[in-house]
Design a protein around this ligand. Structure first.
Ligand code: HEC
Length: 168
């Protein structure tokens, strides 16, 4: 019994060591490193995003909206997976699209944004509305590919703004 349990125990330690080193490798994945260099100009530690000053309340409100944006993307993907295309379209239009601009106080926030940032924001709302149309079409055409491509364009606006700006 003893002879059997000890190797098993050692085996478990060896396994844990292998997993830990695999995790270590993941942390040092060169492609991740390149991504950091890519997003942060010269070195990985320099944050080259433009700082944008918002009044505190507006900053808190904006970040809460952002978290809802992320949730909306997840709900959209969930709806697409369930072939609920009209539901996906509605979430996109109401929470991210042109219809969401009043809800998010886009006009108020917009006045504190540099022009380039506001332009990306507007493009995000537009592309979300375009996705909504594509998602509605997917139901009729039974082809989801144009809607998936349109969703990717929405997410690219998230990425573009996050690469360029941060708020304080
Ligand atoms: C017009 C610019 C802009 C667009 C478009 C944009 N964001 Fe953001 N987002 C920001 C800024 C600025 C921050 C704050 C970053 C910082 O200060 O480090 C932020 C922060 C966030 C955060 C963190 C919130 C927190 O509590 O800290 C999430 C999540 C987020 N955005 C999701 C999204 C998603 C998803 C999209 C696209 C559907 C999106 N954002 C589109 C500008 C934008």
């Amino acid at each position: 019994m003893r002879k059997r349990t000890i190797p098993t125990f050692l085996g478990a330690i060896a396994m844990a060591a292998v997993m830990a080193s695999a995790q270590g490798e993941q942390r040092h994945d060169p492609s991740m490193h390149m991504q950091m260099q890519h997003t942060n100009s010269d070195t990985a530690v320099v944050d080259s995003r433009t700082i944008v000053h918002f009044p505190n309340d507006l900053r808190i409100h904006t970040l809460a909206n952002m978290r809802d944006h992320l949730l909306a993307l997840s709900e959209i993907q969930d709806a697409l997976a369930g072939e609920l295309y009209e539901r996906a379209a509605e979430i996109a239009e109401q929470r991210l699209g042109m219809s969401s601009m009043a809800l998010h106080g886009a006009h108020e926030v917009g006045q504190y944004m540099p022009k380039a940032m506001a332009a990306i924001g507007t493009e995000m709302h537009r592309s979300a509305s375009r996705f909504a149309v594509a998602a509605n079409d997917a139901a009729a055409a039974d082809d989801i590919k144009p809607a998936l491509a349109a969703l990717s364009s929405v997410i690219r606006q998230c990425v573009a703004c996050h690469n360029g700006f941060r708020v304080q």
